[in-house]
Design a protein around this ligand. Structure first.
Ligand code: AMP
Length: 146
């Protein structure tokens, strides 16, 4: 097995996110790798913005919802000591934007959380399913207890 060199952590700001982040951080240290982080904005309206647009973390907007998302994202990235140029806030669909960024940045491991799913939720699929489907690198699904 080769060591991972570039790890991408996908975060969604849920309560379980800390655990997934700690696993990614642990692996990064173990492999002496670089850690990047992505959050895909899919829950606030962003008219006139095309999917895949990278949202600047430096410039301030007048959109309060967007600024709140940025603040959460920056706080987590700061806690994990991730360099500013390895932080990606992107507008779009998580299952597509996460693997796409991974390809563009030569990521060799994507780390996501995974809930056990049953019934309708299973039929609807998960972010992990989509990421696995589109990724061309390894994907670690950290099992989360409901
Ligand atoms: P879900 O399928 O929604 O339960 O999400 C499973 C995992 O996918 C989460 O633990 C995150 O690692 C990742 N994820 C979900 N939504 C997003 C998002 N909007 N941006 C980045 N990662 C996400």
């Amino acid at each position: 097995m080769n060591d991972y060199k570039n790890i991408l952590l996908a975060i969604d700001f849920t309560d379980y996110g800390d655990y997934v982040a700690q696993q990614a951080k642990h692996l990064t240290e173990k492999f002496n790798a670089k850690l990047s982080v992505i959050h895909v904005l899919d829950n606030i309206p962003m008219p006139d913005t095309t999917y895949g647009t990278v949202i600047s973390l430096e410039s301030e907007s007048t959109d309060e919802l967007l600024e709140a998302e940025k603040t959460k994202f920056i706080r987590i990235a700061d806690q994990l000591k991730i360099e500013p140029y390895r932080r990606w806030l992107i507008w779009g669909r998580p299952q597509e934007e996460i693997p796409l960024l991974a390809k563009q940045k030569n990521i060799d491991l994507i780390v996501v959380g995974s809930h056990g799913r049953h019934g309708i939720a299973l039929l609807l699929g998960s972010t992990v399913d989509g990421v696995l489907h589109h990724a061309n690198c390894d994907v670690l699904a950290v099992r989360l207890q409901d």
